[in-house]
Design a protein around this ligand. Structure first.
Ligand SMILES: [Zn+2]
Length: 323
């Protein structure tokens, strides 16, 4: 009996060993055939686009949450661990992450994604920028401004996502050349889907061209330029500078002169000034997502525009109803 058991065990062990050997040989023969490209995105907007483009050939993690201010993210050691394993890093550039990304990246010591490496994707490359100042960056920075190379919230124009998609796809192909056709097809599908959505979004906003609104921070010039509304004033006197009572008094005067009623707010800014102004002018405060993940309803890059433009349209319709 014992002998039979031992024989059986030997048989099983041999069987298992053969199986392991086959696995081992396949790993050697086919290399990283099943290995996914590991992507770290600083912001959820890029993570969402990267997932659309990479499908099941990529593994995407993200650093900042959509309800956090992308200018000021708390750098945690766990982010360094994510970066250490990454093949690709996608970031916004234009100094948007200057306060938190450089120490994380340098501590990751990952040569694949360090500055200038092929896996380091500055998503802004080739994007036509808005609000590029003609004042030296150092001078602006000294004055507390945080948009010193032009407005860095460029993903808010869906046309720019086509350029972002090119930048990301180039890096995917570089990281995994055998999947070139897969990535190119997915990029074309993404752009086709995006273009169809853009036509719908433009139609949605067409009746409200030239409509004036107030915002807290200047996250919106790209959305504004694309969809034809106008942000006539900001609760922040300068990007990154909190409002003073004097600034608010001036702003309320302007709002009354221009007969503005809609004030947009985002999750990470103090909503109090917007509510105070809204009460004074009989206006309406409208929630807008500056990023994917800002609210539960905004799960991906397409939701970002579905959500924001629907909210704006409802606010403008309300405005029409009270005139
Ligand atoms: Zn900003």
């Amino acid at each position: 009996m014992a002998l039979i058991l031992i024989n059986l065990m030997e048989y099983n062990m041999n069987h298992i060993n053969k199986y392991l050997m086959i696995l081992f040989l396949s790993a050697i023969t086919f290399g990283n055939l099943d290995a996914k490209v590991k992507v770290v995105a600083t912001l959820p907007n890029f993570a969402s686009i990267a997932k659309e483009l990479g499908g099941d050939k990529v593994d995407v993690t993200v650093i900042a949450k959509g309800y956090q201010d992308p200018h000021f993210v708390d750098p945690k050691p766990s982010f360094i661990v994510k970066m250490r394993k990454a093949d690709i890093l996608i970031w916004a550039g234009l100094d948007l992450e200057v306060g938190w990304l450089p120490p994380l990246l340098e501590n990751s010591r990952n040569s694949k994604i360090l500055w200038g490496a092929p896996g380091n994707v500055d998503a802004s490359r080739g994007v036509p920028l808005l609000e590029v100042p003609n004042i030296p960056a150092a001078q602006l920075r000294a004055g507390g401004d945080i948009h010193i190379y032009g407005n860095p919230h460029y993903w808010m124009d869906p046309y720019n996502a086509k350029i972002i998609a090119e930048n990301i796809t180039d890096a995917f192909i570089e990281a995994s050349p055998s999947d070139k056709d897969y990535f190119k097809n997915r990029k074309n599908d993404f752009i086709t889907k995006l273009e169809a959505k853009i036509i719908k979004w433009e139609e949605l906003m067409k009746p409200y061209a030239g409509r004036k609104i107030i915002a807290y921070h200047n996250s919106w010039p790209y959305l504004e330029a694309r969809f034809g509304f106008e942000i006539a004033g900001f609760i922040e006197p300068k990007p990154g500078i909190p409002p003073s009572p004097r600034h608010l008094v001036k702003l309320i005067k302007q709002i009354r002169n221009d007969e503005i009623r809609v004030i947009i707010v985002s999750p990470y800014f103090n909503a109090k000034p917007a509510n105070v102004i809204s009460d004074k002018i009989g206006g309406r405060v409208v929630k807008m997502a500056p990023s994917v993940g800002a609210f539960d309803e905004v799960q991906d890059y397409f939701d970002l525009f579905d959500y924001n433009l629907k909210n704006l349209k409802e606010a403008f319709k309300w405005e029409d109803s009270i005139d």
